[in-house]
Design a protein around this ligand. Structure first.
Ligand code: AMP
Ligand code: MG
Length: 341
């Protein structure tokens, strides 16, 4: 299949109509959002959802997030919108938070895996909103990477993974947040963060009184453990190289890298640390700046493969606030491999 590329930098670009027509006709288009690029298709059509799973190579029990451009589009997708959900939407939409509620019959089962709930988000990116409007239907859009690879934060990443597999890619530059949305379940007694993102549990608790964080954010699932978010059980964000998260201050980290360096060792460190390390380096943002780390982490995970890394020693990010989102992605990229110094 030939994959068309549209360079779009304004929500008023004429090409948005053409993209809308492809989506309306059941096609797949990778679109920018503020979090990462999404692989979009008509969320109300089960066959289109199946095409999304096969283009990504994604297991069909890992459900898709449905993207809307107006509040009214939410009502028919779910059984009921509780006041907590309304308050959160008011506070954070359009923006990087996804809310899970019991699904209505309108949402095809294929979109939700085997679950009876549906995840919905209204993105902030104006081009994404214009594309949803133009398609005239909510769009199911998982991250536009091949399953298992780091999520795409610029069109080049999508081109690497999706050329020949989908109808079109909209290129509108770098994503401003860089990690996927916060996924929040509202079917539990207390709202529960299943995947951390820019909107933190503390920010959610400020709006609705309380919020908890699912254990799967920090830990590998135990054999037989019930899965609240199917995405957490799969290998994720992985470069070809073996990644190890190294916890300790910079001096200890630098000595650890020196003592354990071999051919193909790469340091995944913070900006400005390169000159003090004795191996090739890739940086992922500034120290003590989770927003800059979030913006750079997926590109850095792709970059280590491009320089032929075999083993990657990654600096340990702060895990507070938005840092938890970065920590969670690196923890999975490292398959939970942590060295404490
Ligand atoms: P992605 O589409 O690649 O951003 O991944 C979407 C994430 O949301 C995955 O981790 C899914 O498992 C999770 N997700 C989507 N829908 C649901 C749902 N109904 N219940 C729980 N988790 C969900
Ligand atoms: Mg994904």
């Amino acid at each position: 299949m030939e994959t068309k590329i549209y360079k779009i930098t304004s929500p008023h670009d004429e090409a948005i109509k053409e993209v809308g027509r492809i989506l309306e006709g059941g096609g797949l288009v990778a679109i920018p959002t503020e979090t990462v690029y999404g692989l979009a298709g008509n969320a109300l059509d089960g066959e289109t959802a199946c095409k999304i799973f096969s283009a990504k190579g994604r297991p069909s029990d890992n459900p898709l997030i449905v993207h809307i451009s107006r509040f009214e589009q939410w009502t028919p997708l779910v059984k009921h919108i509780p006041d907590t959900a309304k308050a959160l939407a008011e506070a954070f939409w359009p923006g990087p938070i996804t809310m899970i509620l019991p699904k209505s019959d309108l949402v095809p089962q294929a979109v939700c895996g085997k679950l009876d709930t549906v995840a919905v988000r209204m993105p902030e990116n104006e081009i994404a909103l214009a594309i949803i409007e133009s398609a005239g239907v909510p769009l199911a859009a998982p991250s536009a990477n091949l399953s298992g690879k780091p999520s795409p934060t610029c069109a080049e990443h999508v081109i690497e993974d999706m050329t020949g597999r989908i109808d079109a890619i909209v290129d509108s530059g770098d994503c401003s947040v860089g990690v996927e949305s916060t996924v929040l379940s509202l079917v539990t007694d207390v709202p529960r963060v299943l995947r951390p993102g820019k909107i933190t549990a503390e920010m959610i608790a400020e709006v609705v009184g309380e919020a908890e964080i699912d254990d799967a954010v920090f830990e590998k699932l135990r054999e037989g453990q019930a899965v609240s978010s199917p995405g957490t059980k799969y290998k994720h964000y992985s470069p070809e190289a073996a990644v190890v998260l190294v916890r300790g201050d910079f001096e200890k980290y630098a000595s650890y890298v020196r003592e354990n360096a071999a051919e193909g060792t790469v340091a995944l460190c913070f900006e400005g640390e390169e000159e003090k390390l004795c191996v090739p380096c890739v940086t992922y943002g500034k120290k003590n700046d989770p927003a800059s780390q979030a913006k750079n982490v997926f590109d850095a995970l792709r970059a280590v493969d491009k320089i032929g890394a075999k083993k990657v020693f990654a600096r340990f990010p702060e895990s507070e606030g938005m840092g938890l989102a970065v920590f969670n992605r690196l923890l999975r990229a490292a398959a939970f491999n942590i060295i404490e110094l």
